[in-house]
Design a protein around this ligand. Structure first.
Ligand SMILES: Nc1ncnc2c1ncn2[C@@H]1O[C@H](COP(=O)(O)OP(=O)(O)OP(=O)(O)O)[C@@H](O)[C@H]1O
Ligand SMILES: [Mg+2]
Length: 361
């Protein structure tokens, strides 16, 4: 599977532009604001069914326009996404359409046709940021690879919104209407437990896999949802006005061994608080390598590797580590699309094998 051709219409800064990609590695070179991250965002959108940067997808529509379009040509499939602002076609809310070979699909059936692993400087947030960043890391993977997970997440998120609205009302009126809660409690428990189980399996994979770049321990800090737990938090939830247990409160803990020389004897410490910036960066790279392997193992397809501008943040040693690990050691026979502001960041040796696209300001 590889992305041969992409065309963008009214997507972010792109009015109407198309790109051809090599089935190996393409280097996209352009100055700041040329549209590098936007291009990567559009490609990732086809894998994830949404943006990795924002929640409101209608923000992707070019300023002053109504409808954005992403069209991707794979070997045997045409994918298309249409993102419309509110008011388009007389509709009062923004909407999206997903098409495979010209046929309308539900989002859960559109996702799963194309796989991508994204690596951007902001991924450091997986290590140092809030729990939401770590849940986002897990979701970006499982949503692509597992249809049941996608479905469970869709139902769970909707159920959570409804239940939180009920709790908000209970907070204002001081009374819970038990009948209304019963339905949503049950939905959240059933879907939430599916999500927990799938996250557990994925984190187990990360835990037992060999980690050659940086060894770490990884734990699933899960927020279990069950009848008992909901009962236990009943009063607190009315006070808070939101649901206090469930996978929307999950986290990951990553611990490293500070004393590298004597790894067996040293106690592990939380990388978030005690890791150096360099160790935190290596941990992200290690997670991304495991992510590539996981997607390939579970889907049987080699995902497209997207590296957005990682060179400006890394020193030379890290750049060659990334390139070695992803493109060379993994024998990345797959497709990679890499953006950079300066082509000199990429070694001469590698540059001669690359297909280069220049973006103008
Ligand atoms: N909805 C939109 N409509 C039009 N332009 C937009 C929209 N959203 C973002 N832009 C603009 O697109 C331009 C390119 O952004 P992008 O993030 O792709 O740049 P970049 O090439 O990655 O730059 P950098 O090297 O600084 O990361 C920016 O000037 C941004 O303001
Ligand atoms: Mg950028």
């Amino acid at each position: 599977m590889h992305l041969k051709h992409l065309s963008l219409q009214n997507f972010r800064n792109y009015k109407r532009t198309s790109f051809n990609f090599s089935e190996n590695t393409t280097l996209v070179v352009g100055p700041n604001t040329a549209g590098k991250s936007n291009l990567i965002e559009a490609i990732f959108f086809m894998a994830r069914g949404g943006s990795f940067r924002i929640d409101k997808d209608e923000q992707l529509v070019k300023f002053g326009e109504e409808v954005a379009r992403i069209k991707g040509k794979l070997g045997d499939k045409d994918l298309e996404v249409l993102i419309a602002k509110e008011g388009v076609g007389g509709r009062i809310t923004p909407f999206k359409k997903y098409l495979v070979n010209g046929v309308n699909k539900r989002k859960v059936d559109f996702v799963g046709n194309f796989f991508a692993v994204l690596f951007a400087p902001n991924d450091l947030e997986i290590i140092v940021g809030s729990p939401g960043e770590r849940r986002g890391f897990i979701n970006n993977i499982l949503i692509q690879t597992d249809r049941d997970y996608r479905l469970a997440m869709t139902f769970y998120e909707k159920g959570l919104r409804m239940r939180n609205a009920l709790l908000h009302r209970a907070q204002e009126t001081g009374a819970r209407s038990e009948k209304e809660f019963a339905y949503w409690d049950n939905l959240l428990i059933v879907q939430g437990q599916k999500i927990t189980k799938k996250r557990e399996e994925f984190i187990d994979y990360l835990r037992i896999s060999r980690k050659e770049i940086l060894n770490f321990e990884i734990f699933y800090d899960k927020s279990i949802i069950s009848k008992d737990r909901l009962l236990q938090y009943k009063d607190a939830e009315v006070g808070a006005g939101v649901t206090l247990v469930g996978p929307h409160r999950d986290d990951l803990i990553i611990r490293i061994y500070p004393n590298k020389i004597n790894a067996n004897e040293s106690e592990s410490v939380d990388i978030r608080y005690f890791g150096s910036r360099g160790q935190q960066r290596l941990a992200v790279l290690q997670l991304k390598i495991l992510e590539l392997a996981y997607v390939e193992k579970t889907t049987g397809e080699r995902p497209v590797l997207l590296l957005d501008d990682i060179f400006s943040e890394l020193d030379e040693k890290h750049i060659s580590l990334v390139l070695d690990q992803t493109l060379q050691r993994l024998g990345y026979g797959g497709q990679a699309i890499i953006t950079t502001t300066h082509r000199e960041f990429v070694g001469k040796e590698l540059l001669k094998d690359l297909n280069v696209i220049e973006l103008k300001k």
